[in-house]
Design a protein around this ligand. Sequence first.
Ligand code: KIV
Length: 272
Amino acid sequence: MSATTGEIKRVTTHVIQAMKNRGEKIAMLTAYDFSMARILDEAGIDILLVGDSASNVMAGHETTLPITLDQMIYHAQSVVRAVNRAMVVVDLPFGSYQSNSEIALSSAIRIMKESGAHAVKLEGGSEVEESIRRILHAGIPVMGHLGLTPQSIYKFGTYTVRAKEEAEAEKLRHDARLLDQLGCFALVLEKIPAQLAKDVSESIEIPTIGIGAGQHADGQVLVTHDMLGITKEFKPRFLRRYLELFDAIEDATKRYIADVKARNFPSDAEQY
Ligand code: KIV
């Protein structure tokens, strides 16, 4: 249970907003399966994001683009089954909301109805305004996502820091205000300069959740597999690793193999 929010029974959009209002940072991590979600929820995480990064870390794709709506719903169902306290937010995958607002709404409804999650997240600003309006009108909470938006990686051509130039920074400020006014309940800011994230966080009502966006965002998010050191090669500057789980699991697996080969497992006490 979190030290500061121990009394909260269920994290909702209101709880998230209240955290920003009283200056309490919001902690978010990704989850894609039941077992991991249960651990993160029991540890007191505020928001679990069923991210489309599942495409990379669970399925081994190079980008987030291939994952489907059905696959996102499967991951979301597993996470929802595990969670008692955290708010569960699910990414609308690439292709499930960009073409028009009707398709966007039906994708969001499928996620909410079939998984039991509490909100959806989608990437972009003014380009997806109509879709956001329509999803919000249906009573579904929406988390925005600006800056480095991985579903547009082939347009960007690189995973480098976004909005360093004034024109892109101004567009991001404009989009952040728009998402705030439309009624999104939170906004992910990915890989942008810390000063820009600070300006945006101070100029909008809703909480910002940073990843590679510095210390002034209202909350932080990391991909759990990166934070735990399961994805060994991924080492961007913004990532802090709290475990080296790849090495720990590899070591345990080697010891298991050695025990089996040496007939040390199972022992007398481990059989019927
Ligand atoms: O899919 C994801 O994991 C995300 C986070 C990086 C914010 O969108």
